[in-house]
Design a protein around this ligand. Structure first.
Ligand SMILES: Nc1ncnc2c1ncn2[C@@H]1O[C@H](COP(=O)(O)OP(=O)(O)OP(=O)(O)O)[C@@H](O)[C@H]1O
Ligand SMILES: [Mg+2]
Length: 360
């Protein structure tokens, strides 16, 4: 059970100190613009992933004039996770009283899904957010995936270094090609099998949220190199191009999920509200698959649920999220915008956020 029983936040954005005891189900954070609602979600996300969903850099997240942000969570099933992120020193991450050298264990213990305005990047951005989305799921269900992923990154980095040299060392390049092809094949098998499980769950959720577009949507996994060719052949064929660009053009680092309505990209056809339904369905389906495969729920961080959605769609998304049975942290400016859309409100904990102070 990945649920937070106690959350202690110090020096994250405008939150200098906050201690909350969330409900194991739904937690609503409401308050004015700039009060600190998203910062609570950011604190949980930081703890679970080591990253911010708002920016690539972590320093802006530490309260001005302070040196260190600290987030601590005690989980319902026992263990605690603590993180201190300092401006000057390396971060410190502890899980179940042990110092962690990376986020592998913590991410498995605390799988977090974020649904916010950046989630639209799944549709409007380049392949990176979609690949990250896919890999989030594969990481959780296939433990060996992270090793293949790291080996492929290393091979590509070394390969790219060789490609940039004035006199390309072809024998070294060949050696890295072999390593890359091995890792790529493992990644492709894992991604493909994850995607095959994910797809029917996703279609099911999407049909319930936006039936007319669900009938038109075409979703496909693209592995990052020609589907008819071995990667080893593609690398040989592309060598001149790779040397010209000084970078590997095909491989698992180019994998993507294509989302099309008819012949066009979904983002070019769907309205903003419809796009939110689609990205919500993608994220909800991942949560469902995690429950199905591992019997555990992810924590959903939903920033400004009412934004872009009319009353019925708000209720539909909320009900889908509820049906997963995990812990949710949902922010909104106006409480009625959430409460009113629910015909039978579930038991919820409400927190009012005001100038960085949180009250139950
Ligand atoms: N490093 C920082 N130190 C102190 N305050 C910060 C820092 N970074 C951001 N802030 C402030 O923290 C506040 C919290 O922002 P947050 O995004 O959490 O608000 P919010 O309640 O989600 O607002 P909205 O409803 O507009 O989304 C903002 O007023 C912002 O200006
Ligand atoms: Mg916000």
């Amino acid at each position: 059970m990945s649920k937070i029983k106690r959350l202690d936040i110090s020096f994250v954005r405008n939150i200098q100190s906050a201690l909350i005891e969330p409900s194991a189900t739904v937690n609503i954070l409401h308050g004015e613009n700039g009060s600190g609602k998203t910062s609570v979600l950011e604190s949980i996300y930081l703890l679970g992933t080591g990253r911010s969903f708002r920016s690539g850099k972590l320093d802006p997240l530490i309260t001005h004039d302070y040196d260190e942000a600290i987030v601590f969570a005690e989980l319902f099933n026992g263990p605690s996770i603590g993180l201190s992120k300092s401006r000057r020193k390396a971060h410190k991450l502890r899980y179940a009283s042990e110092t962690q050298k990376n986020w592998d264990n913590v991410a498995r213990e605390l799988p977090v899904q974020i649904l916010d305005s950046n989630s639209f990047l799944l549709l409007e951005g380049g392949p990176k957010p979609r690949r990250r989305f896919l890999d989030w799921g594969v990481f959780h269900v296939e433990h060996s995936f992270v090793d293949s992923w790291r080996r492929s990154r290393k091979s590509i980095a070394n390969r790219n270094m060789l490609l940039k040299q004035r006199q390309v060392d072809h024998s070294q390049l060949k050696a890295w090609d072999v390593e890359l092809c091995l890792a790529a094949s493992e990644m492709d098998v894992a991604r493909k099998s994850y995607f095959e499980e994910f797809l029917p769950l996703f279609i099911n959720v999407y049909k319930s949220l936006d039936p007319s577009n669900a009938d038109l949507l075409d979703v496909a996994y693209e592995r990052g190199w020609d589907s008819q060719q071995e990667l080893s052949d593609v690398l040989i064929e592309n060598r001149t191009i790779d040397i010209r660009y000084g970078a590997t053009q095909s491989g698992p680092h180019r994998a993507d999920i294509s989302l099309k309505v008819g012949k066009s990209k979904a983002v070019e056809i769907l309205s903003r509200g419809q796009q939110k339904l689609l990205v919500s369905a993608l994220k909800i389906a991942q949560g469902r698959l995690l429950s199905k495969s591992l019997g555990r729920e992810c924590i959903y961080l939903v920033d400004d649920l009412p934004a872009e959605l009319d009353r019925d769609n708000r209720a539909a998304v909320f009900n889908q999220l509820l049906s997963i049975g995990g812990q949710m942290f949902v922010t909104c400016v106006d409480l009625p915008a959430i409460v009113e859309c629910l015909s039978s409100p579930p038991a919820m904990a409400m927190f009012h956020v005001e100038r960085g102070t949180i009250t139950a």
